[in-house]
Design a protein around this ligand. Structure first.
Ligand SMILES: [Zn+2]
Length: 409
């Protein structure tokens, strides 16, 4: 019986001790948390509540109280830049980059961030200066990639070639497509400065770098045409058929012009008619229509479009067909009016009502098809009326297929 009484006395004591121990643990925890400034938690709270302005103020306070916290400085710099406050971002990163006690990897990180701040602020020279200091180390490849973008924006193609070559070894990635395009850009510069020999040299280098590059033969043809050698130009352009026929529509107008210069319009028409039977027909339809109209008149052009509609019915072919029909009818009306002035004999007159009906259909179709055909970037989906070797949307090279997509929108 004595034992049970003892037990009743000890039990509350054990509970009491447990309670005190728990309180001690809590106190210790609270005092440990006190080592981090209150502003830190305030800032974190603001950040989690998506209130970046207040978060920045709170973090600036922490950074002021404890200047050793480099991670926080990097976070602040990134926040500033993302919010477009490039001047503040530059100041934060510049402070880090010039701190003598900073270990080398962190200093390189600061230089890399600084380069991006300058780029964002449009201070391209200073961006280049910062990034060029990162020749080796973990940020070398990233810095080089940013530098390459910068050179493309500044159209410094020789520097772009050098950067791409260095990246090729740093990243073990293939940059030949880009390098060949940079050579083509240099060739175009040379052409503008009336230095065709230099242009040809750059274009040969482009083809050596990337034999699949189609822009080089297109430009080689331009050089030949400019020097008055239409036959040589035709050689370059028609050669694209064996290289990558999908790009032929890009040179179709040039080919027609070159044949015209040589007085061989019939050859141009034969060439186009042959291609209209293949899968490039939608792309070549306009060139074929215009050439036929110029050389053989509206009746022949209408017949060609009718034939094309039977083969492959498209809105564009239908539009051109009605264009040719309207032109033909208007020409007939004009001829009748002219004839009537000489003698009032009827002949094969076209009712004016019928002509205006056809013209109305033509107008309607023209409006519907005006913005139909667009080139589309494979990478970012940017659509454009003109063909670009470098996408204006995502700045990637050769991402436009040479075919336009016909979509009713
Ligand atoms: Zn794109």
């Amino acid at each position: 019986m004595m034992f049970e009484t003892w037990w009743l006395l000890v039990l509350p004591l054990v509970f009491g001790l447990g309670w005190m121990a728990a309180r001690l643990d809590l106190r210790q925890l609270i005092s440990e948390q006190g080592a981090l400034p209150r502003s830190y938690f305030k800032g974190l709270n603001f950040l989690l509540n998506e209130q970046p302005d207040q978060a920045i103020d709170a973090f600036v306070e922490v950074a002021r109280l404890d200047p050793e916290t480099t991670e926080l400085h990097f976070a602040l710099g990134a926040l500033f830049r993302r919010r477009g406050e490039t001047e503040r971002a530059i100041r934060v990163h510049q402070n880090l980059a010039t701190r003598p006690d900073l270990p080398e990897p962190e200093r390189e990180h600061a230089l890399y961030e600084l380069g991006q701040d300058f780029l964002r602020a449009g201070l391209l020279d200073r961006a280049e200066e910062s990034l060029r200091r990162l020749m080796s180390g973990p940020y070398a490849a990233s810095a080089k990639r940013v530098l390459l973008e910068l050179y493309e924006v500044e159209k410094e193609w020789q520097k772009a070639i050098d950067a791409a070559r260095e990246l090729q070894t740093l990243e073990q990635k293939d940059y030949r497509v880009q390098i060949a395009q940079f050579c083509c850009e240099l060739a175009q510069d040379a052409l503008q400065k009336k230095r065709p020999e230099d242009a040809v040299a750059w274009l040969r280098r482009a083809s050596e770098e990337n034999p699949a590059n189609v822009r080089a033969p297109i430009l080689l043809g331009d050089v030949a045409m400019a020097s008055g050698d239409a036959r040589a130009a035709l050689g370059h352009w028609l050669g694209i058929e064996t290289q990558d026929a999908a790009y032929l529509p890009l040179v179709a107008d040039r080919v027609v012009k070159a044949y015209g210069t040589l007085g061989e319009q019939g050859q141009a028409i034969d060439w186009l008619r042959g291609l209209l039977k293949g899968n490039l027909a939608p792309e070549l339809l306009d060139t074929a229509y215009r050439t036929e109209l110029d050389v053989n008149g509206p009746e022949a052009a209408a017949a060609l479009m009718r034939e094309q509609l039977r083969r492959q019915p498209t809105l564009l072919a239908l539009t051109r067909y009605f264009e040719a029909q309207a032109a033909e009818m208007q020409a007939a009306e004009a001829a009748v009016a002219e004839g009537a002035a000489v003698a009032t004999a009827g002949g094969e007159a076209v009712a004016p009502d019928q002509t205006s009906e056809v013209a109305a259909i033509r107008d309607l179709l023209q409006v519907r098809t005006r913005n139909l055909a667009r080139y589309t970037c494979r990478e970012c989906g940017f659509r454009a009326r003109l063909f670009y070797w470098q996408c204006p949307g995502c700045n990637r090279w050769e991402t436009y297929a040479p075919r336009r997509s016909e979509a009713l929108g």
